[in-house]
Design a protein around this ligand. Sequence first.
Ligand SMILES: Nc1ncnc2c1ncn2[C@@H]1O[C@H](COP(=O)(O)OP(=O)(O)O)[C@@H](O)[C@H]1O
Ligand SMILES: [Mg+2]
Length: 136
Amino acid sequence: MVVLNKELMTIVREVDVIPFRNRLKEHAVKIGMGLVNQTKIITAASELARNMLKYAKGGKVTLEVISTGRENGIRLTFKDQGPGIANIPMAMKDGYSTAKSLGLGLPGTKRLVSEFNIESEVGKGTTVTVIKWKNG
Ligand SMILES: Nc1ncnc2c1ncn2[C@@H]1O[C@H](COP(=O)(O)OP(=O)(O)O)[C@@H](O)[C@H]1O
Ligand SMILES: [Mg+2]
């Protein structure tokens, strides 16, 4: 897998989500991703950015255009230094939310992307990595 393009964005306020979404959209269009998959990755990214703001007072996102040679895609890595998640399987359960919000949540986010990985350590922070393949 090769990284064709990489940029780092800091998200510490709600308004930072807008330029992040715009850059994501630009890259998705550039690799020829269809509108349906564009919408899926942008929706997933918005939820993960909002989680970072809500639970960790913000964090950093790495936006990468990646290629396997036969397939191009976008990889997003959300990294924060918030409180971490004590019970990941529970946090990934449909309907579970400590904030009782009506958002998409982590399980909804996972369904919208091609690959989803979450790592978290209590007291250290959380890293969520998602990939959306152009045709995936
Ligand atoms: N970046 C994060 N840092 C710490 N806790 C998080 C983070 N993201 C999610 N969580 C925890 O996982 C739970 C589930 O997240 P999510 O499915 O997005 O639901 P919601 O945000 O509606 O509570 C949250 O309630 C929160 O406790
Ligand atoms: Mg959420």
